[in-house]
Design a protein. Structure first.
Length: 166
């Protein structure tokens, strides 16, 4: 059984958070950067690690491990920042997502993707598009536009607009 709305082979960037493999549609990814110095912004949520300077633009950086209830991302030689474009209520926001490591770009056919598991009503899983299967391994396919609420994005945008970059 495939996921509604996924009708053609799609390319995904896979990355690791802890021991789990996640992926995001490659069309949402601008670039992948080595972990760099992140400037902290006061009074932002824990998952927001701060901002980076990306060729003159201030880009907020979020820690997906914290957002998903895992431990904080620790800097290693493989830690990177995935620069993505998210669309919230018609407005495009560029942000960096910390990942333990980037794996590869893969193609997934519609029949390799199962619907996201339904885990009761108290846990939000609407940001998981589906579960990709490859080489006996599950890959969580994220809908990057649904991970953050519009309120969280407003906080993130507020943190990055303080320097007049956008």
């Amino acid at each position: 059984m495939s996921v509604n709305g996924i009708t053609e082979t799609t390319q995904y960037l896979t990355f690791k958070l802890d021991e789990e493999i996640f992926s995001v549609d490659i069309s949402k990814v601008r670039e992948v950067l080595d972990f760099t110095t992140v400037t902290k912004v006061p009074q932002t949520p824990d998952f927001m690690r701060g901002v980076i300077n990306l060729r003159g633009s201030v880009v907020p950086v979020v820690d997906l491990r914290l957002k998903f209830g895992m431990s904080r991302t620790e800097k290693t030689v493989n830690t990177c920042v995935i620069i993505v474009e998210i669309n919230i209520e018609g407005e495009v926001t560029v942000l960096g997502a910390l990942a333990d490591s980037v794996q590869e770009v893969i193609d997934l056919e519609p029949d390799q993707i199962e619907p996201a598991p339904k885990i009761g009503t108290r846990l939000r899983t609407d940001f998981i598009t589906g579960m990709g299967k490859r080489d006996n391994q599950f890959i969580m396919i994220l809908d990057i536009d649904k991970i953050f609420s519009s309120e969280e994005i407003a906080v993130v945008q507020g943190a990055s607009s303080g320097s007049g970059s956008e």
